[in-house]
Design a binder for this molecule. Structure first.
Ligand code: NAD
Ligand code: GLY
Length: 360
């Protein structure tokens, strides 16, 4: 099994990668010396596919295992679900010698991680991400939390897992749209941070789309290594970590304008990256050929790149929803060619919209 370490001094942890990782979760948790009882937090979709092997491996290693199921869907990433989780953990008698396993995509990982951060003032948790997005992004870096009715991810904590177990075989069952959504985040790392990764995705697009395990392991490991390096330098997002939001400025605007219903997060980020590439070109950080290569790769992967048609005023409002942004401008992540980035403050929102080709 391959390993990458996220270096955070006493809170450092390993990300383990392989094709049959679920079957060894018991041994891995034993080696981490995590106490004797574990709550596996998951949802019905993932549980039907992967709970049994996880439970069996944990029981075989001597753990007492409790299943905690939460409903499937972003709309359940909320305070009610969190309360249900706390009640179940209390009813199962989980004490400070217990730990949590988050088995599922980013929704399960974010909620379960926040439950771990807050239950009994914090118990350890292990991330077992089962979507591509969770394997390359959300399971690493310790952002945990829930949504509030007034906005996404408004309640949360930075709380690092004690380990992340990436079993690439779980991607076999992932619906195509969810898989492609994760690929958008992989492209993000390539464009903003690693030209070699970008070229690998380009040269192996067919294999990746066919979910070839070796090719997937290559891009997942590289993505996690890049994210791990950023998190090690800027855990609390005081500056550098913002690079992970490449493509997200216009992506979030698209999600807001379409009410989070029309596009998956990755699709919105793909559209946002196509715009960010154009803005970077127009503002002198990149060239036309790079913009064309970025958009062509997204299209090869079957991801959308065209903005949904709302007028410029709607996009301006979506970008300026936050009062802080209205007063002081926004931090924008530019790609410098392919494989490097620049984070700059943009105060002239009209110029940004124009550079993005909005309202032309
Ligand atoms: P998700 O967790 O909703 O999973 C998508 C769908 O796939 C769900 O229906 C799920 O049940 C199903 N699924 C999961 N694994 C499967 C498998 N192996 N086979 C079949 N079906 C499977 O969505 P997501 O895209 O994984 O995560 C999105 C969430 O992640 C959002 O809430 C977002 O805010 C969060 N996020 C967090 C971070 C972070 O740093 N913490 C980063 C990015 C995104
Ligand atoms: N997904 C962005 C971050 O973890 O910072």
């Amino acid at each position: 099994m391959d390993k990458i370490t996220v270096n955070l001094e006493k809170r450092s942890y390993q990300i383990l990668f392989g094709q049959d990782v679920l079957s060894v979760i018991g041994t891995i948790c034993s080696d981490l010396k995590l106490g004797s009882s574990v709550a596996v937090i998951t949802n019905p979709t993932v549980a039907a596919l992967y709970y049994e092997p996880v439970r069996a491996a944990l029981v075989q290693a001597g753990f007492t295992v409790y299943k905690v199921e939460i409903p499937d869907g972003e709309e359940y990433k909320n305070i009610e679900t969190l309360k249900e989780i706390y009640s179940r953990l209390i009813d199962c008698g989980l004490d400070r010698g217990s730990f949590i396993v988050a088995l599922g995509g980013g929704v399960v990982g974010d909620v379960a991680g926040f439950a771990a951060a807050t239950y009994l003032r914090g118990i350890p948790f292990v991330q077992v991400p089962t979507t591509l997005l969770a394997q390359v992004d959300s399971s690493v870096g310790g952002k945990t939390g829930i949504n509030h009715e007034k906005g996404k991810n408004l309640i949360g904590a930075f709380y690092q897992p004690v380990s992340v177990l990436v079993d690439v075989a779980t991607l076999d069952t992932l619906p195509e749209r969810e898989f492609l959504s994760g690929m958008a985040e992989v492209v993000k790392y390539g464009v903003a941070m690693d030209g070699g990764l970008f070229d690998f995705i380009h040269d192996n697009a067919d294999r990746l789309l066919a979910r070839d395990k070796e090719s997937l392991l290559t891009v997942i490991k590289r993505s996690c290594a890049l994210k791990g390096e950023i998190v090690a330098q800027d855990e609390m997002e005081t500056g550098l970590r913002a690079v992970l939001n490449y493509g997200h400025t216009f992506g979030h605007a698209v999600e807001t304008l379409t009410g989070y219903r029309e596009y998956t997060h990755g699709e919105a980020v793909a559209i946002g990256m196509a715009r960010a590439a154009r803005v970077s070109e127009r503002m002198g950080h990149s060239g036309k050929s790079e913009t064309e290569r970025i958009i062509a790769l997204l299209e090869t992967l079957g991801l959308p790149t065209r903005l949904p048609s709302f007028d410029a005023a709607a996009y301006r409002d979506a970008l300026l929803r936050d009062k802080k942004v209205r007063d002081r401008g926004l931090n924008f992540v530019f790609n410098r060619g392919i494989g490097d980035f620049h984070i700059g403050r943009v105060t002239d929102i009209e110029a940004l919209l124009e550079a993005a080709g909005i309202g032309e």
